[in-house]
Ligand binder design. Structure first.
Ligand code: NAD
Length: 261
């Protein structure tokens, strides 16, 4: 398979790079993924019910457990890591068309990527949605109610069931958000999939969208993915090492600044 330098040369020669990120980019920040060796579901397959809309709607115990987990979520204290900062450098180098992220942790924005470049296809943990009237409110307000003793807080407007503003299994994506992601996949020269098992549709299918439009496909992930056969390059090294190296090779290609003397 191609090495880091080859991929860095593709990125250096590209005008538009679209990056698809998954939970694997945030494991170095202390947020476990789902399907990796230390993933939430690898360790506790039963926890998938917490992320399934039907179970969430039907079972108050699931909702109470989900709110307990949200209160303690690692995202509240996590800091971006070297891979997130590498993507900020890529944006500063003028190469980044978009970051399509399946993550809900807000770490790309916290690292410094522009809000309008980050497409959160699976929503955000920083918001709460009422599943009846669809009002959206700040997660911090609802977590205060949970801390004050409401184990399964209801919508203050209509009494409906509240859930994090994230996409659960069985819940459709927001069409406008997915359309923006599809455009970003279709309009790039290099499509870089980072830290994702590429097992959740329709997002994983964006690899095909980019590939059909002639983009180079690069997969950076420790484990195999169903899309490896479509990739022009696959790099399985740790993301926290690989991304800074990829971007470092691109940004050091630029001529050194003229000296003041
Ligand atoms: P996933 O758990 O299915 O796959 C993550 C992949 O990253 C695994 O194949 C794992 O081997 C790899 N990986 C983990 N750490 C790595 C590292 N340091 N270097 C190289 N590879 C590494 O994750 P997914 O494909 O994003 O799908 C899971 C869904 O779960 C997403 O839709 C997302 O919404 C949600 N999720 C989000 C977060 C978050 O926001 N940080 C965390 C867990 C799950």
């Amino acid at each position: 398979m191609r090495d880091v330098q080859t991929v860095a040369a593709w990125i250096a020669g590209a005008n538009k790079v679209t990056v698809l990120t998954g939970a694997g980019i945030s494991t170095d920040s202390g947020i476990p993924d789902f399907r990796g060796p230390n993933g939430l579901w690898t360790r506790n397959p039963g926890s998938q019910r917490l992320f399934t809309l039907r179970d969430y709607l039907d079972d108050p115990d699931i909702r109470r457990e989900a709110w307990r987990i949200r209160r303690e979520h690692a995202a509240w204290t996590a800091r971006p890591n070297a891979a997130h900062y590498a993507l900020v450098e890529l944006e500063n180098a003028g190469k980044l068309r978009a970051i399509i992220t399946q993550n809900i942790d807000g770490l790309h924005q916290l690292a410094g990527n522009s809000e309008d470049i980050v497409i959160e296809v699976h929503g955000s943990l920083y918001e709460v949605e009422c599943l009846s009237c669809h009002a959206r409110t700040a997660m911090s307000d609802t977590l205060e109610r949970v801390a004050a003793g409401e184990e399964d807080p209801a919508c203050l407007r209509c009494g409906g069931i509240l859930k994090a503003g994230t996409i659960s299994f069985g819940q459709p994506l927001v069409p406008a958000v997915f359309d923006a992601a599809r455009r970003a996949a279709a309009e790039c020269d290099v499509f870089l999939a980072v830290g994702t098992s590429l097992s959740v549709q329709p997002v994983a299918g964006l690899v095909d969208v980019a590939s059909r439009r002639g983009a180079k496909i690069v997969i950076v992930n420790a484990e195999r993915t169903p899309y490896d056969g479509r990739a022009d390059a696959r790099i399985d090294g740790p993301i926290g090492d690989v991304l800074p190296r990829l971007v470092g090779e691109v940004t050091t290609d630029e001529p050194p600044a003229a000296s003041a003397g």
